[in-house]
Design a protein around this ligand. Structure first.
Ligand code: GLU
Length: 296
């Protein structure tokens, strides 16, 4: 019998993999393998201005060094623009999306949420216009396997949101949903910084007539100054030579009670322990954990 579980890790190649992203990757890997599922890798390289040369190769190398083997072919969003374009066109012709030429400055002055300025203007197609998808004012509730349920009213809180930017780059919100559907993803396990995006993604699922995946948003590891450990901030890249020690710490960061005796055990052994004993419900129900509060 083939397993119905398909998970994925979807890094943006804007820098090297750091401890925070390893923890998220590990959670999604363990969740998939514990369920005898498949685990795919998708490179989210839509925004070429943010992509760093070599980052993709280094991320893949790090995953390999940490023993996080993936299934199937690696998918790159930069090679799938036609999928995003075709769907955007469909929504535009159905009137579910529209062009918007509001200057950034005006939007910033207006504050959070799009006021719908271009919703009724029927601007003609233009390559340098953004495209926005219409939202509804019915509340959308994201049920997460760990975090408390999150309800958003997109119309009140956010307004019609961008699916293609003015510079022609398709938005993460659009691409992630089309790709997850196309790849048959059943379970999205990722950092809790994306919890907030989930109702928007669920809205797109609704428009597409698809059931959203199950969601598990794992706590983010924060630096002492409260900043997320991010590629942008140049947090220390992972060192392959220290993979066993780092993986042990990553398991503890996910609140998995990996025994002290396994400290320094080979990566394969640590992962095997993690897969067998995976209990995501042990993680604290919080969106953030201070790095300093992690077991050393
Ligand atoms: N590419 C996103 C990131 O690196 C993750 C997208 C997702 O898992 O939905 O933050």
């Amino acid at each position: 019998m083939t397993s119905p579980y398909i998970g994925r890790f979807a890094p943006t190649p804007s820098g090297l993999l750091h401890f925070g992203s390893l923890v998220a990757a590990l959670a999604s890997y363990l969740d998939a393998r514990h369920a005898n599922g498949r685990w795919l890798i998708r490179i989210e390289d839509l925004d070429q201005t943010r992509s760093q040369p070599d980052a993709e190769a280094q991320i893949l190398r790090a995953l390999e060094d940490f023993g996080l083997e993936h299934d199937g072919q690696i998918v790159r969003q930069s090679e799938r623009l036609e999928l995003y374009r075709a769907q955007t066109e469909k929504w535009l012709s159905a009137g579910l999306a529209y062009y918007c030429d509001c200057p950034r400055k005006t939007l910033l002055q207006h504050g959070p949420g799009y006021p719908g300025t271009c919703a009724a203007r029927q601007l003609p197609a233009a390559a340098d216009h953004a495209v926005r998808v219409r939202v509804s004012d019915a509340p959308i509730t994201c049920i997460d396997r760990l975090q408390p349920a999150l309800t958003q009213n997109l119309a009140n809180e956010l307004g019609d949101f961008i699916i293609r930017r003015r510079d022609g780059v398709y938005a993460y919100q659009l691409a992630v949903v089309l790709d997850d559907i196309d790849q048959g993803i059943t379970d999205v396990v990722r950092g809790a910084d994306l919890l907030d995006s989930t109702p928007r993604q669920m809205w797109l699922y609704q428009l597409l007539g698809h059931t959203p995946p199950r969601y598990l948003h794992v706590p983010l590891i924060m630096r002492p100054d409260g900043e997320k450990l991010s590629k942008r901030l140049g947090s220390a890249a992972l060192q392959s030579a220290r993979a066993p020690e780092t993986l042990w710490r990553a398991l503890r960061a996910l609140a998995q009670p990996i025994p002290e005796e396994l400290r320094g055990a080979p990566v394969t052994e640590l992962l095997q322990w993690g897969i067998t004993h995976w209990q995501p419900e042990r993680m604290p129900v919080t969106e953030r954990i201070l790095e300093a509060n992690l077991p050393s």
